[in-house]
Design a protein around this ligand. Structure first.
Ligand code: KG4
Ligand code: ZN
Length: 368
């Protein structure tokens, strides 16, 4: 299968990014100078709210209904036309596969029609590199990637060079936030609701577990914490009083903060041993939008003698600017993907090929 459009433009690169891997339809236009010319995110919260979580079929249909218009709007916002674009970057996994198909196929169609390079972007690589869209951060850095589906610590040694230090053995941290929100009657989406409720709560009122605290391995576990929240709620009188909701949300958030800080402390020590360098610690993914957790991680990094770097909250939660940027990072290394690149529901970051690796087969990854 043909790889369209070789890159010939020596000046500024302008790339359209497309993101459809979960419940946000997003289109953005970004340049290789780090300029975000347009960054549109259409959340599907209202469509999924009655179900208390994301329904894959509804998500895919909604991407299909809105993506074309959103791309047109992104071009209009940037004051550009398709003819001004140098490449198309679309999330090709991991994620809810119906939605990933919508975005990837749309990206491929534009690339084919306009004879532009197509970049099949790993959504997690989008999060992992998002900090470099915001500031000049050199490799290597330690990454805490915390989102709705992922919780992992990785050494980011370069584009496509990710080494996993640890990950969750059960739930992702965003999932724990979402389930806690549901138990507290805070609805969907859960993370921001828990953060708001916790703002004036007493984090010391409920004693919740801190799974994995102090363990030498750098793994995480959140299912025990989630179960402890459920048991605590079951023992309380319902409906829960607003004060109780605030205190339980704050107690939960404090437990998460303790665990993340502890695991990052260990990972920073290992990072220094391996790279002879103190950090920096980079945090990315939807949960990194949480102000309390950012403060906790800031303190952890400070104690370890390094900086905490975090994208602004808008670039932590799902967006297409980070997808365009990950595309730009690979494009600058001369990479583009063929139009038969198969979207994949699973695509672990530490199994990404570095850009200079031999060509990868394009069938779906069989790895978990
Ligand atoms: O990165 P993201 O937008 O999508 C995935 O790739 O999963 O992350 C979404 C997750 C959700 O679980 C959401 O509840 C959580 O990030 N989240 C938050 C906050 N904002 C979003 N969790 C805690 N505090 C927040 N402010
Ligand atoms: Zn994400």
């Amino acid at each position: 299968m043909k790889t369209p459009g070789t890159l010939t433009v020596p000046g500024t690169l302008t790339v359209l990014g497309i993101e459809t891997s979960c419940d946000e339809t997003a289109a953005a236009i970004v340049t290789d100078k780090g300029e975000i010319r347009a960054d549109l995110v259409l959340s599907q919260f209202e469509a999924h709210r009655p179900f208390g979580g994301v329904v894959p079929e509804i998500a895919a249909r909604s991407h299909l209904d809105h993506l074309d218009r959103l791309i047109e709007e992104a071009l209009a916002t940037a004051g550009l036309d398709f003819a001004d674009l140098d490449a198309i970057a679309a999330t090709a996994g991991p994620g809810l596969i119906g939605g990933v198909f919508v975005g990837a196929m749309t990206g491929k169609a534009i690339a084919l029609a306009r004879d532009l390079p197509f970049l099949a972007v790993n959504h997690l690589e989008g999060h992992a590199l998002s900090i470099r869209l915001c500031e000049a951060v050199a490799f290597p850095y330690l990454l805490l990637l915390v989102s709705g589906g992922h919780c992992q610590l990785l050494a980011v040694e370069g584009i496509g060079r990710y080494r996993r230090f640890g990950g969750t053995i059960d739930d992702a941290v965003g999932e724990a936030f979402d389930k806690t929100a549901k138990l507290l009657g805070l609805g969907y989406p859960g993370g921001p609701a828990v953060e708001r409720a916790a703002a004036d709560g007493d984090p010391g009122r409920f004693a919740l577990p801190r799974p994995m605290l102090g363990r030498p391995q750098l793994d995480f576990s959140f299912s025990g914490l989630k179960t402890a929240v459920r048991h605590t709620v079951q023992k309380l009188e319902t409906p829960l009083a607003p004060r109780t909701v605030a205190d339980l949300a704050a107690s939960f958030q404090a437990a998460v903060g303790d665990v993340l800080a502890d695991r990052c402390r260990g990972a920073l020590a290992r990072f220094e041993e391996e790279f002879g360098k103190r950090g920096p610690l980079v945090v990315a993914g939807g949960v990194a939008a949480n102000g309390y957790l950012r403060e906790r991680l800031q303190a952890t990094a400070g104690t370890a003698g390094c900086a905490l770097l975090a994208p602004p909250p808008r670039l932590c939660t799902d967006n297409a600017a980070m997808i365009a940027w990950a595309g730009i990072e690979r494009l600058r290394l001369g990479q583009a993907d063929p139009l038969d690149f198969a979207p994949r529901p699973r695509w672990p970051l530490d199994q990404m090929p570095p850009p200079d690796a031999p060509a990868v087969p394009h069938e779906e990854s069989s790895q978990p």
